[in-house]
Design a binder for this molecule. Structure first.
Ligand code: NAP
Length: 397
């Protein structure tokens, strides 16, 4: 949770902006809500959000600048923020706050006035025999005035067509952007997503498909789509070209990692961005089957071309076993390489990025705890320090 003020010292009439995230019933997509309340109402709102299981992301005195956009807080519970009966306030102002990322665009398009982009392509990222459905979807942004610009590590909102069970327009869902700011075509006017169609069985045993993920996966080229954002400053890359980047991704959590890796190693992208990465990048990727690995050929190619700078380690849960005979998850790979990973983390130039299933967080924590203990260090003290130094970045759902 990011709480950037102490309420003490504020007058009772001071207004506060509170940003909270929660999940809609039956969906894994996170919904972000903004509330505006006075000091007296603050604790009641906290209680209500707490009771609904929502995750409070930021609290700022209203008018004090940008209560920066969503960053999933590690290990806090998530449920329906919408359950809190305080009306959402207008979208937050977009004044950047953190100096190192001062030029990051935020909320160019808000839910009340979204940009309508056109789909240019929508293709499957899976091989024969894969589980489920995962699509790479690209939108043309060139008609935007202003154009929706973004940087690596940010997300956009998608408002699916149609209405919900109450006849109200659907709320937006956030998706991590999978293309660099230059786009897959290097023309600076597209944005791409990597989307898995959510599917599950409800308590009655009926097959349910996610509203927004199904809408996205079914889109035909030429279709119009309502887009908001960009949002997010949690997953931004450091500007330092000598930084080391450790990436932990499960499934479609690969989206931001693809943007970093393209920025670092894709030749035309490097030409466009003038960013000469000299550090070490190490991707740990978790997928259920080999056929489910996303962008695998690209990563193998970069590993071959940049062996001193890029390393790619996979955990294929339903084909490989960990040392205990269980499914191989990325935390098992982290444990295998604990010494090297810790050696890297001790270097202040190293950043860790985690994106994907929320469930991997405890496992990663456990692996880091064991690795730290082997070096006589206490991970529970070290992790907050890394977070404070802006070197530990988490976006999980
Ligand atoms: P997936 O293809 O199902 O792959 C997830 C992998 O993680 C599987 O190998 C799975 O193993 C493994 N896994 C399951 N539980 C785990 C645990 N506790 N610890 C470590 N690994 C575990 O993944 P997905 O359906 O794409 O899901 C990715 C998640 O990322 C979703 O929750 C999505 O909301 C989130 N996300 C998406 C975006 C986006 O923009 N698209 C961005 C950020 C996050 P088994 O299934 O074999 O057990």
């Amino acid at each position: 949770m990011r709480v950037s003020i102490a309420a003490a010292g504020q007058s009772e009439s001071t207004m506060f902006t509170v940003i909270a995230s929660g999940r809609q019933a039956g969906s894994r997509a996170s919904v972000i809500q903004t509330y505006r309340v006075c000091l007296q109402q603050l604790s009641a709102l906290f209680k209500r959000l707490g009771a609904s299981g929502a995750n409070i992301l930021a609290v700022t005195p209203a008018g004090s600048g940008d209560p920066t956009p969503p960053a999933a807080a590690p290990s806090a519970p998530v449920a329906s923020a919408a359950a809190a009966d305080v009306p959402p306030a207008k979208p937050a102002a977009s004044t950047p706050k953190k100096k190192p990322h001062g030029k990051v665009p935020v909320n160019t398009y808000k839910p009340k006035n979204p940009f309508v982009g056109k789909v240019t392509e929508n293709y499957s990222l899976l091989k024969d025999g894969a589980i489920g459905r995962v699509q790479h979807i690209t939108f043309d942004l060139s008609a935007g005035n202003p154009q929706l610009e973004y940087v690596e590590g940010q997300s956009i909102g998608i408002i699916p067509d149609g209405v919900d069970a109450k006849g109200k327009p659907h709320k937006l869902r956030l998706y991590s952007i999978a293309s660099t700011r230059h786009g897959d075509n290097y023309q600076d006017d597209t944005v791409s997503l990597c989307v898995r169609q959510l599917e599950y069985k409800n308590e009655a045993g009926e097959q349910i498909y996610g509203v927004c993920s199904t809408f996205l996966c079914d889109l035909e080229p030429g279709s119009d789509v309502k887009i908001t954002g960009p949002v997010g400053k949690e997953m931004l890359l450091p500007e330092d070209e000598d930084a080391n980047i450790i990436m932990l991704a499960t499934g479609t959590g690969i989206a931001p990692m693809r943007t970093y890796i393209r920025r670092m190693f894709e030749p035309r992208e490097r030409e466009a961005n003038g960013y000469t990465f000299r550090g070490k990048a190490w991707l740990f990727m978790g997928a259920p089957k080999t056929a489910n690995l996303l962008y695998d050929e690209d990563f193998l190619h970069y590993e071959k071309t940049f062996p001193d700078n890029f390393r790619y380690t996979k955990a294929i849960s339903r084909e490989q076993q960990n040392t205990k005979g269980g499914r191989m998850y990325i935390q098992d790979r982290v444990l295998e390489h604990a010494d090297e990973i810790f050696g890297m983390i001790e270097n202040p130039k190293t950043h860790v990025y985690m994106c994907g299933l929320r469930g991997m967080e405890p496992g990663i924590d456990e692996a880091m705890t064991a690795a730290a203990a082997a070096k006589g260090l206490d991970w529970s003290k070290l992790r907050p320090q890394l977070k404070k130094a802006d070197r530990w970045h988490v976006e999980t759902y």
